[in-house]
Structures are given as C-alpha cells and as structure tokens.
Design a protein around this ligand. Structure first.
Ligand SMILES: NC(=O)c1ccc[n+]([C@@H]2O[C@H](COP(=O)([O-])OP(=O)(O)OC[C@H]3O[C@@H](n4cnc5c(N)ncnc54)[C@H](OP(=O)(O)O)[C@@H]3O)[C@@H](O)[C@H]2O)c1
Length: 245
C-alpha cells in the first residue's frame, strides 16, 4: 500500500491574538524578551520596571499599550498598578527581583530575609491581584532559579509555593520557570569582568554547547501561556547546567 504524501502545513496562526500580557519587570532581560515574543504572537503587552527611561525605550519597541515605572516591591504601588490597569488581563509574568546566592548563616538578618522570602513575597503580592483579574485559563508565571530544586546551602521553596498558588488561583494557571545561567543584563551585572569567562566555561561544559539566552526562556514562557494543560509545575531551563555544574 503506497503512503500518501501528508498535507503540507501552512503557516500557523499567532498564538496570543486578542490576549494581554502584563510583565512585572519587562524593560530588560527575560521580561523584555518575553514581551517581544508575545507581541510577535499577537498579544498586547503592558510593561513595568523601575528605571523610567529604560522602560520607555522597551515600551516603544514592543508597542506596549501601557507602561508604569515603579518598584514592584512596594505593595501599595503594586496594588494601585493592578487597580488602574486599562484592560482585562490574560497572563502575568513576574521577573522583577534578583536571585540570592550564598550560605544563609553568612548573611545578616536583612540579607537572609530577602534570600528566603524576596521572590516568594513578591509572587504572593502579585497573586493577590491576579485573583479575580486574570481570565480563567490565563496564567501567572513566576521566575526562579534551578537552585530551588534541591536542598543545599541557601533556600528555595518556590516549587511548593507555585503548586499551592495553582490550587488557590484555579482556574487561573500558575507555573514556575526555574532558570540556570541566562545571558541577560542581570548576569552581566552580577558577573562583571567575569562574564566572558563564565560564558566560555558554560559553552565548554553544558550538554547543549551554548549558553541559554533570554529568547530561550521567552519561548518557554509563551508555551506555558498557551498550553492550557500546564499548571502547578516547575519547568527547568538551564541547558543541563544542574547536572554538570
Ligand atoms: N539571568 C539569570 O541567569 C537568571 C537565573 C535564574 C533566575 N533569574 C531570575 O529571572 C528574573 C529576571 O532576570 P533577568 O536576568 O531577566 O534580569 P534583568 O536583566 O535585570 O531584568 C530584570 C527586569 O525587571 C525589572 N525589575 C527588577 N527589579 C524590579 C522591581 N523591584 N520592580 C520593578 N521592576 C523590576 C528591571 O528593570 P529596572 O531595573 O529598571 O527595575 C528589568 O526590566 C529575576 O527574578 C532573576 O532572579 C535569572
């Protein structure tokens, strides 16, 4: 029996037409890359960030329908931002905040508080505003590091928090992206003069033979927005770093 040629697939429709993405921390790095990709998939985007000039430049690039400069760590300002949103929301991505490295016992009280609760506190504050504001089936997307996966020096409870929020916010979906090294302005700031050496080391040691970039994370984020089977889960994106590092 001869096999029939399979019908060729035409270009697919953009995945996020008619949907709105809010990026808390969208003027650089992973947030901006995700805003770009979501825009290319037909979404409207709303951006926030602290630095007004950087935010303006990013908002112009992705034709954001609105942009607000404020510190997402300020709960009152965050509440006002959500209350004043001009449109219904389908997806919220939280990239604001930065990772904490090092041993908890080497930190002073304030550093330890930030290391243990910084990301989680912000995620919970945003989650409060997502409830009732994001449409059913939409997503809250959080960002953390692969370090939260294992018990070691330092702490990470984000996967459990993500799963708990997915139950509390249903039918809104909640997922966590756990990244290894991603080549972004944050990594450049943290590594300073050591950035090129770190890139080289990762190219030489990672199973994927290259460094992970913000566009890689953006592709995962858009998949998590569109695949309505996914909630309560943590998705590693590190090029295999956790198995060789
Ligand atoms: N890059 C990595 O290797 C890596 C690895 C694991 C996890 N992560 C996590 O992924 C997230 C994004 O990282 P990234 O590398 O894309 O960082 P990035 O390049 O520094 O970009 C962060 C974005 O968020 C904004 N932002 C930061 N803090 C904010 C705040 N308090 N309020 C409002 N906006 C804020 C920044 O703008 P302003 O500075 O102007 O506010 C910028 O637009 C972070 O949570 C980070 O911990 C990153």
């Amino acid at each position: 029996m001869g096999s029939r040629p399979s019908p060729s697939r035409g270009p697919r429709d953009p995945a996020l037409v008619g949907q709105t993405l809010v990026v808390i921390g969208g003027s650089a790095g992973i947030g901006l890359a995700t805003a770009r990709l979501a825009r290319a998939e037909g979404a409207s985007v709303v951006l926030t960030g602290r630095d007004p000039e950087r935010l303006r430049t990013a908002a112009t690039e992705v034709e954001a329908i609105s942009a607000s400069a404020f510190d997402a760590g300020d709960p009152a300002r965050l509440r006002r931002f959500f209350e004043e949103l001009p449109v219904p929301v389908d997806h919220v991505l939280v990239t604001a905040g930065r990772p904490s490295y090092g041993r908890l016992l080497d930190m002073d009280a304030e550093q330890a508080r930030e290391a243990m609760s910084g990301h989680v506190t912000l995620a919970l504050e945003v989650a409060r505003h997502v409830a009732g504001r994001v449409r059913p089936g939409g997503t809250l997307l959080l960002l953390g590091g692969t370090g939260a996966r294992r018990v070691r020096a330092g702490l990470g409870t984000a996967p459990a928090v993500t799963a708990g929020l997915a139950l509390e916010l249903a039918p809104v979906r909640v997922n966590l992206i756990a990244a290894g090294f991603v080549d972004t302005p944050l990594s450049a700031r943290l590594l300073g003069d050591g950035l090129d050496a770190r890139r080289e080391e990762l190219r030489a040691t990672l199973p994927i033979g290259r460094v992970v970039v913000a566009d890689d994370v953006a592709a995962l984020a858009v998949h998590l927005m569109t695949n309505t089977a996914l909630t309560g889960a943590t998705y590693d994106i590190d090029g295999g770093q956790q198995f060789v590092g």
